[in-house]
Design a protein around this ligand. Structure first.
Ligand code: C2E
Ligand code: MG
Ligand code: MG
Ligand code: MG
Length: 289
């Protein structure tokens, strides 16, 4: 028995688990402080139209730099904020900041850009559509300038409530993107049932991490075409990947090859080369990897 207890104790309190728990508690504490001071930033990454080589819009990606912890990735702190419910006020800050940015760019450049914002499941409440409508009015943003990205897991539980919320958002005129497609559990019927305009194929397929990456890329393109959905390829890092996606007739691409997520000042420092065609090299000119 003692042996068994010892083993159990070992199982429950291994040094790795203690480290992980300590990290989580520290993050939780710092996250609470960061929320109070709104110590976050939104970065913006271009999404490029492959037919016209023009900017389609930006994806807004949150960044958090903590003085003690350094840069903490959203992959680590967003799930934590989801666990505690802090994602709801944080999510509102993200939406508001994106709208403020769109308004600032409109004023400065006389151009209405489009930004897509990632949403978490907990944000899909009845109050979301009215809150977004209020932001659009407050910042003079047209609904077509704001898109929302949802992951497949976002839609799994309490499907009816989520669907009502998504229908209300689409009713406002916002586009909805299905993010990380191919990695979750969404059924193809959901693609039809929900007011989704655009699918974002997960970067793992673009980067060839799966045995059948190419087959999945081509099949996804075919499904989206049949269902009249636009399709974005995420995580495009090389000219080769870009050329392949062009060949497959993808509508849009996003990835380090086309532009990394950057803070607004750096986007502007690029002199909004965005207003001009993005220099996507034609498929036949480059052999470079
Ligand atoms: P996501 O929405 O799928 O965002 C794409 C992620 O891929 C981003 O990571 C982006 O920086 C990264 N990425 C873009 N191009 C490339 C590329 O060419 N190569 C590689 N290796 N990576 C690329 P990031 O910013 O670390 O965000 C990770 C995830 O955290 C996001 O995945 C999203 O699920 C979540 N997230 C980020 N910002 C927010 C936010 O404001 N709200 C919510 N709810 N979630 C967010
Ligand atoms: Mg996204
Ligand atoms: Mg994604
Ligand atoms: Mg992702």
């Amino acid at each position: 028995r003692a042996k068994l207890r010892g083993r159990n104790r070992n199982h429950h309190f291994s040094p790795d688990m203690a480290d992980a728990l300590y990290r989580k508690m520290t993050l939780r504490h710092h996250l609470t402080l960061a929320l109070e001071s709104q110590n976050f930033q939104l970065y913006y990454q271009p999404i490029v139209d492959l037919a016209s080589h023009q900017l389609k819009g930006f994806e807004a990606l949150i960044r958090w730099y903590d003085d003690e912890l350094g840069q903490v990735s959203p992959g680590e702190f967003i799930p934590l904020a989801e666990e505690t419910g802090q994602i709801v006020p944080l999510g509102h800050w993200i939406l508001k900041t994106a709208c403020q940015q769109l308004a600032a760019w409109h004023q400065k450049y006389q151009h209405r850009f489009t930004v897509s914002v990632n949403l978490s499941r907990a944000q899909l409440q009845t109050s979301l559509a009215p809150a977004i409508q209020a932001l659009l009015e407050q910042y003079d943003i047209q609904p077509s300038q704001l898109a929302l990205e949802l992951t497949e897991s976002t839609m799994l539980q309490e499907y009816d409530e989520a669907k009502q919320c998504l229908d209300a958002l689409a009713g406002l005129g916002l586009e909805l993107y299905l993010d990380d497609f191919g990695t979750g559990y969404s059924s193809l019927s959901q693609l039809q049932d929900l007011p989704i305009s655009t699918v974002k194929l997960d970067q793992s397929f673009v980067q060839g991490e799966h045995k059948s990456s190419q087959a999945i890329i081509e099949a996804t393109r075919a499904i989206c075409e049949k269902l009249a959905l636009k399709v974005v390829a995420e995580g495009v890092e090389t000219i080769k990947q870009l050329q392949y996606l062009q060949q497959c007739n993808f509508d849009y691409c996003q990835g380090y090859y086309l532009g990394k997520p950057l803070p607004p000042v750096e986007i502007e420092a690029n002199n909004f080369s965005l207003l001009n065609p993005i220099p996507v090299k034609p498929a036949d000119t480059s052999q470079a990897a």
